[in-house]
Design a binder for this molecule. Structure first.
Ligand SMILES: Nc1nc2c(c(=O)[nH]1)N[C@H]1C(S)=C(S)[C@@H](COP(=O)(O)OP(=O)(O)OC[C@H]3O[C@@H](n4cnc5c(N)ncnc54)[C@H](O)[C@@H]3O)O[C@H]1N2
Ligand code: MOO
Length: 401
């Protein structure tokens, strides 16, 4: 049996020959979570003209002493039509166009108005200023390249595209994923008449992880621990871009995934990665289909999905940067020396840093559900002390997407 390969080598091999699936043009409002298949180029200039950023009064820059005659109003959506002369001012609201000739704003709070005449309430302290003018095109101009191909559309970039006048976006196609739970002990729902049975939780968990990437996911009922049943389930999932199996990936008498994949005509790329949890991870290919054989233990399945399945789906969906990003955090508490596998411990935000959850069993879903982060422990790392810097992968607050 060959030795487990390092994580970075395994991720490189997984993604090496995987190209984005294709693209489609969709409404911008429906594009959240998708990846741009071409750069976003502005079709309009923002702001379209010089706008006031405050409610107040506009006047000429060479005429900031006052008093002024109020000659009209510029409201958002209703610009003042004329040109301002000396001794004249207009009422102006936030977001309204600064009239022709005007180049200074007096804040409403600093103004005194009486019978159509405007004056500075405290001339010793306040003066009209151009600080409250947002210049035409300061955010972006028509023709500017705003986001590069491969960028994930989130709420802010969706708003940017709308503001840039781009109603439709060319985005990467959504991958189709089939998730096969395998094991004789598994049932689709808890069955009180079978104390030996276990609800299949991996399939729904993995489907939920994929949904954050807008993949289309199919989860058939659990498959029994038999080579032929697995072979049949693989065949039934052949119209997928990715097939995920969970369970049966290890060395036990009932672990049939590798044999079933070979029966089906798939080629095993690699099996076993030097990570904890998740060592028995397997990658195989058949035609354009990538098969990820994830371990059955729920935490192992979750961690390997985070490290392999989600990057694979991001790449297929057109992401420029598919791998999860580590961030540095301060450790609250101490950790023992690292082992022979790169470890991903469940952790929580605590005392301004991260603390490892004591329960490290790879079946412990309760601890996983409480985790905010995965704390990375490199192979053979020296013991870590309270306050040391560690690398973490964020799980909560959008870290999964
Ligand atoms: N002698 C050895 N035994 C094991 C090794 C090893 O190297 N030598 N590796 C261990 C590691 S590490 C892991 S992880 C597991 C992985 O095992 P399998 O992928 O073959 O998974 P199963 O044996 O089928 O199941 C393990 C565990 O997970 C439960 N399970 C399975 N599927 C689901 C599901 N869909 N939903 C919820 N829970 C599931 C299953 O009931 C088992 O309890 O192997 C170690 N053994
Ligand atoms: O994947 Mo296994 O969890 O390393 O126990």
């Amino acid at each position: 049996m060959t030795s487990p390969i390092p994580l970075n080598e395994a991720q490189t091999r997984l993604l090496k020959d995987v190209a984005p699936l294709g693209s489609e043009t969709i409404e911008t409002t429906a594009a959240c979570g998708r990846y741009l298949a071409e750069p976003l180029v502005a079709r309009r200039t923002q702001p379209a003209g010089d706008l006031s950023s405050m409610d107040g009064y506009a006047m000429r820059a060479d005429d900031t002493g006052g008093p002024w005659l109020l000659v009209g109003e510029s409201a958002a959506g209703h610009p003042f039509a004329g040109t301002l002369g000396r001794g004249e001012a207009v009422r102006i609201s936030t977001g309204a166009h600064v009239p022709e000739g005007a180049n200074a704003i007096l804040l409403q709070e600093n103004a005194h108005v009486s019978e159509g005449t405007l004056a500075i309430a405290d001339p010793e302290r306040d003066r009209p200023t151009d600080r409250y003018i947002r210049r035409k095109g300061f955010d972006f101009a028509a023709g500017d390249m705003l986001l590069s191909s491969g960028t994930r559309i989130d709420a802010a970039s969706l708003a940017l595209a709308m503001a840039a006048g781009v109603w439709q976006l060319k985005v990467g196609s959504r991958p189709i994923v089939s998730v096969i739970d395998s094991g004789d002990e598994l049932t689709a729902r808890a069955d009180p008449t079978r104390p030996d049975a276990l609800p299949a939780s991996n399939g729904p968990m993995l489907a939920a992880m994929c949904s954050g990437l807008t993949a289309r996911t199919v989860v058939p009922p659990p498959v029994s621990d038999s080579r032929s049943a697995l072979r049949e389930a693989l065949g039934a999932a052949a119209d997928s871009d990715v097939i995920v199996t969970t369970g049966g990936a290890s060395v036990g008498d009932h672990d049939h995934v590798r044999a079933a994949l070979e029966d089906w005509g798939a080629t095993i790329d690699f099996w076993r990665v030097a990570i904890r949890p998740g060592k028995p991870l397997l990658v195989a290919r058949k035609g354009g289909i990538t098969v990820l054989g994830l371990p059955g233990n729920p935490v192992s399945a979750f961690v390997t999905a985070h490290l392999f399945l989600l990057p694979l789906l991001r790449r297929m969906a057109g992401a420029g940067d598919p791998l999860p990003r580590f961030i540095e955090a301060r450790l609250s508490g101490a950790l023992p020396v690292g082992g022979a596998r790169q470890e991903f411990m469940r952790g929580v935000w605590a005392d301004g840093g991260v603390a490892a959850i004591a329960e490290r069993d790879s079946s412990a879903l309760h601890a996983l559900a409480n985790a905010d982060v995965l704390i990375e422990r490199p192979i053979g790392a020296p013991a870590a002390l309270d306050g040391d810097s560690v690398r973490v992968l964020a799980l909560k607050n959008g870290g999964d997407a």
